[in-house]
Design a protein around this ligand. Sequence first.
Ligand code: AMP
Length: 286
Amino acid sequence: MADLIHTVADLRARLFPIRHERKIIGLVPTMGALHRGHGRLIEQAVSGSGFVIVSIFVNPTQFNQADDYQAYPRDLAADLAFCEQRGVNLAFVPSAAEMYPNEGLTSVNVSRLTDHLCGPHRPGHFEGVATVVAKLLNIVQPDRTYFGEKDCQQLAIIRRMVEDLNMPGEIIGVPTVREPDGLALSSRNQRLSAEQRQAATVLYRALRKSEDLVRAGETCPGEVMKQGLAVIESEPLARAEYFEVVDPEQLQPLDEIAGQVLIAGAIWLGTTRLIDNLRAAPADSA
Ligand code: AMP
């Protein structure tokens, strides 16, 4: 049976002997509503660590809209069964009051990497993410922490935070898990109607179209973005929030495509926002 722990003090006490045994501690931070995408992170953690912790915490400080926070899917019993089946040793499920016992005067801001993509559209979001991940890393002190490449900007920001602040432990990126039709798995997919679910593939199709253009030698980022956006606009149920081509390390716009690029987009289907990304490179640059 995986342990279920709700407080920081209990977690630290539980991990004391584990650390003493020199077991490799792997952490998978999540907001719950676990699906096969999270499952892939957990599988990697289980194969690469001696003791695996999944944190389940719907972090209020990273939501821009109160109704999105309220509507976020929650199913703790299903999540615990999911962890159990995959060999997780411990589920850390703190309350908001446990994570934020006071108003919190300290936060982590990673500049530049937050300038584009989701950053301008979700003010304060990445500050909330970086701060809660910093707290989780301090609480758990894992040897390895696993994040999905689906949230590419989040992964880049966390890597940079860990590097800049000399946080111990390794950050491991895990490739995006998709449905057979290309839709990236997301806890938010369950909020889509049947029609929206069908329409949701448009983001992946736009990314693939852009990837093909880059691979075929298109060097103009504006042209790639324009054609990707045209794919999204062809779907009446979808509204593009952004669709951008940036350099994969600094997440900055490019004048010209000369090597590997990151193509990332966000769309709205009704009140549900979905994100996805792909990396692409000109065929002759490999
Ligand atoms: P979330 O619960 O949405 O905050 O996600 C927790 C972790 O799972 C993050 O590191 C995500 O990037 C990762 N994740 C979410 N969806 C997927 C997916 N489809 N494939 C791989 N990783 C994912």
